[in-house]
Design a protein around this ligand. Sequence first.
Ligand code: TEU
Ligand code: CA
Length: 569
Amino acid sequence: MPKPDNGKAGHLRSGTVEPNMTPNGYIRRWWKEAVVYQIYPRSFYDSNGDGIGDLRGLLDKLPHILDLGVDVIWLSPHFDSPNRDNGYDIRDYRKVGADYGTMADFDALMTAVKAAGKRLIIDLVVNHTSCEHSWFVESRTDAKSALRDYYIWHKGDTPPNDWTSIFGGSAWTRDEVTKDWYLHLFDSSQPDLNWDNLAVRDEVYDLMRFWLDKGIDGFRMDVISFISKDKTFPNLAAALRSRPQYAYTQGPHLHQYLQEMHKDVLSHYDITTVGEAFGVTLEDTALLIDERRCELDMIFQFEAVEVDRDQNGRWKPWTLPELKAIFTRQDKALDQHCWPTVFLSNHDNPRIVSRFGNDSETWRIKSAQVLACLILTLKGTPFLYQGDEFGLTNLTFSDIDQTNDVWTRNAWRDEVLTGKISATAFFANQDRLSRDHARAPIPWTAEGGFTTGTPWFALNPKFSSINAQSSEAVCLWYKDLIALRHRCDALIYGDYCDLCPDHPHVFAYTRTLKDEAFLILLNFSEQVQILSPLVPEGAMTLELTNYKDRSHVDNLWKLRGWEACIYRL
Ligand code: TEU
Ligand code: CA
């Protein structure tokens, strides 16, 4: 087992030894040194032939995850849910969803993960519940119930303001029973909890303790940045109408509630937390993760995964200098009291190789390797998403029945069925950024290999050529990168320096910690790129390359198509 790491900066119990610091001022923590692998259980592996991925399936495939060498598994929601938003709409926080198995399966999984010396974190989805949660069922039917105030209700003929749901339409729905309006920042089946009610916060803290006491190692907190609401309910500022998430993070008590959660719950366990900070600007990031504030350990900052979105959230072309500028901005915005995360994909985003790489037959493997190298050598805890280690690619859509995502389906209803945009334009956009790309089941073999039954969602039709077995080269590369990162402090804590921010096709940077330094060279194009020397050519050793025949120092500044290499300086 990794050594427990108690005490947080600013929260050290008396008698604890001085924290172990890196030469550049970071306090060493296990979660800063970890590589995290995200599982979307519905689509990972089906063990019983009902077409739905499950916990036993995850257990069956655990050897694959262990073999990669990752340290932490983040399990997307595995709770009881009507699955309108695939588990991000929870009906019972203490029950395993029947599709996924039983609590005994969960316990078996956790035991196996721990026995292997690894950690398990789970999703905490407490901005909202499912409308089928017993709290909401009672809240909506009985205006006198103590549970009425668990949600956010408004009396009147009209909603109190013009807030819109992230998934389309108004954020207010008039309920049939009492004719009052309830708030839902996501789908109408996901009513928002009223965090200003102490009873709600206590319920949340209790359910957190329920899972922590079982032995989980932390939480990924779903849209935690939205939990506090401005109850004066101002209308959206004009500039935020198309991106209301930047308004919803401005609730007056967000930090107060997170500090309370930290004090009452988190500080009592050796765990980690990563908050999904949707709508949080870089300027506000430190408020959530500065370790002296005792809120969260890490957050997901959205700038990089929004590099190809316009102001209305539609697809736009991106450039490599824009992406590089985001990583540099992020690095400069956070000092040694804050620790970043690195991610380019998850269950809400397209496949990285189709989005940032080149998913053609010629370049798929190499470009998947370049992206892996980037994610695993930047500063911050890397979060990998299932299937990226096989270089899985996007889907194409031509029929709404090929989609599952509630967001996509709402947009179809609101935009296409009302004639606002054409079906062709709609699918062109979905082909770029649908959340379903990443949610297609994993093709484990050329036969599919995800289920013996009918999969709940169609596999990518390319599965006979693009699958786990055909893409072993990507997988082995991930394994090598993870092992190298684990061995080298500079790749974890080292200072980051972008060597050619304006180069349109090459991403080149150093990671330096005291006398250990690495040079990372990544070609983001299929053309050969010749660089002028970026660092003095002293003694250097090639640590890793995705072209076996790379001739060491001779051709140091020449990169072939989608070539990646790491030199030790
Ligand atoms: O995501 C928040 C969210 O709104 C994202 O879907 C975001 O819109 C998208 O990433 C933009 O690219 C979280 C979960 O990750 C998501 O799966 C849920 O649907 C959502 O919250 C509601 O719980
Ligand atoms: Ca199953």
